[in-house]
Design a binder for this molecule. Structure first.
Ligand code: GLN
Length: 313
């Protein structure tokens, strides 16, 4: 991929995404998340052939929030195995909001998938007997190729002060015998993971590792097993944007995970990772500028997973 062409397309993508910001809102249910600049917008791309290109506010640090669910799922699959993980959490889209507990209470004996809060709290409960938070932080730094990732104490504290809903979900999970570890520890571990501070660049890096089936693009080191990455990418496609996943898959066609901090991480299989930061969210809690930006890039570079235009040319 030519660096100059990529740069100019990304500059255009910024312009395509900017107007949407006005129509969204920053998350306020975690009060500390109010303290961001709603107009920030950054896009970062890192391709398999080694081209890195970033435009806009791509060095601004923000909390990973639900994108951290990918790290936790990856580590759980690596260390606890598929059988154990998927005995506790399903792999079906829930069709409900990320913080819903209705379908868990009424229809199911396990969370629908690991991308919604009930699923991620369950994954956290599997990880706490095996890993300290510091070890998970180290995983995050390696997978994002970003040694500066740290926990944002203010956001962590703010979320823990307003965590009633997740606490309710966690105790419901315990009542159903799904969470077997300490509930409060699971809750705190999950919230710490959500509070990791990243940039759009770190998300592009992580996206590229997933695009390369778990291999570090520079050293060639296999950081995650192939099969683990395949599962993750599939779940990102079907559940990564919560109850907006189907429409997003149709229009964009790139497995993507969102977080209420305003981040998006996209994986263009075998080609590139894309990181976006823009804290203005749509009503489903997904970065509102992300959809037009990714739709534009998807069209320009034929990135939709079912677009085989390049092979036809
Ligand atoms: N920490 C947030 C929560 O549990 C993460 C949600 C999100 O990013 N969608 O509500």
């Amino acid at each position: 991929m030519d660096q100059n062409i990529l740069k100019s397309k990304l500059e255009t993508a910024l312009k395509v995404g900017k107007p949407a910001i006005f129509f969204g809102e920053v998350a306020t249910y975690i009060p500390e998340l109010r303290n961001v600049n709603k107009d920030d917008l950054g896009i970062s791309v890192y391709t398999k052939d080694g081209v890195c290109c970033s435009v806009g506010d791509c060095d601004v640090r923000f909390t990973m929030q639900s994108i951290s669910k990918i790290i936790s799922l990856a580590v759980a699959l690596e260390e606890c195995g598929f059988k154990r993980v998927f005995s506790k959490v399903g792999m079906e889209p829930s069709g409900e909001a990320f913080n819903s507990l209705v379908e868990l209470d009424l229809n199911s004996n396990r969370p629908f998938n690991p991308m919604i809060n009930s699923g991620a709290l369950t994954i956290a409960s599997l990880l706490i007997p095996k890993f300290t938070f510091e070890e998970m932080l180290e995983y995050a730094r390696i997978l994002c190729m970003d040694p500066d990732i740290d926990m944002n104490e203010a956001v962590y504290k703010s979320e823990m002060d307003h965590v009633s809903r997740n606490r309710a979900i966690a105790y419901l999970l315990e009542s159903k015998g799904i969470i077997e570890s300490d509930v409060e520890e699971s809750l705190s571990f999950y919230t710490k993971m959500c509070s990791l501070n990243v940039t759009a660049k770190s998300l592009a890096n992580f996206g590229l590792i997933l695009a390369c089936d778990g291999r570090h693009p520079e050293t060639g080191e296999q950081l995650l097993q192939n099969e683990v990455v395949r599962v993750i990418k599939t779940i990102m496609l079907t559940c990564g944007m919560y109850d907006g996943s189907g429409e997003f898959a149709v229009h964009v066609g790139i497995p993507t995970k969102s977080g209420v901090g305003g981040g998006l991480m996209s994986v263009v299989d075998n080609r590139m990772g894309i990181g976006i930061y823009s804290p203005s969210l749509d009503p489903k809690g997904n970065c509102i500028a992300g959809r037009p930006i990714l739709e534009y890039l998807s069209q320009e570079f034929h990135l939709h997973m079912f677009d085989h235009q390049d092979e036809k040319e």
